[in-house]
Design a protein around this ligand. Structure first.
Ligand code: SF4
Ligand code: SF4
Length: 143
């Protein structure tokens, strides 16, 4: 039974993809950039030597749309790979590096607020030193 489970897990991993976005140079003084989808942070990008990269790869995975999360933690109990944690605001957060895209959490969420990342939903935000976010690009160009 365990070997069957592992085969299924590796099959799902094989279908996980990566979105590659290119936005060109960002000539502003932000502390960080974030790629977000429907309010959920799907990638945080730090500047290197004060310069932000002009593109980034985002792992395709399930993510939690924050506004719909009621903090019930049902998804945490269902995830087979412990990819979900609660943040300081009691909102579930999925780690895309761990998520194997099985979709179990999305099926079990009582508010249907867990979705599979869609590149069309992604936008680029700048984050200032106080943590305030500013929309930089509403639609990201996919490479
Ligand atoms: S199951 Fe849905 S509502 Fe409950 S904590 Fe997870 S994401 Fe939030
Ligand atoms: S889809 Fe949900 S349940 Fe499945 S691995 Fe990802 S976070 Fe866990």
């Amino acid at each position: 039974m365990k070997s069957i489970t592992m085969i299924l897990v590796f099959t799902v991993i094989a279908f996980a993809g990566v979105f590659s976005f290119n936005w060109g140079s960002i000539d502003v003084d932000f502390a960080a950039l974030e790629v977000q989808a429907k309010g959920a942070v799907v990638k945080t990008i730090e500047a290197e030597d004060g310069v932000f990269p002009e593109s980034a790869e985002v792992i395709e995975s399930y993510y939690v749309v924050p506004e719909g999360c009621i903090g019930c933690q049902i998804c945490i109990g269902q995830c087979p790979v412990e990819a979900i944690t609660m943040d300081d605001n009691n909102i579930a957060v999925i780690d895309p590096e761990i998520c194997i895209n099985c979709g179990i959490c999305a099926s079990g969420c009582p508010t249907s607020t867990i979705e599979l990342l869609d590149a069309d939903d992604c936008a680029l935000y700048g984050i200032d030193a106080e943590g305030n976010s500013e929309l930089l690009l509403e639609e990201l160009e996919e490479d």
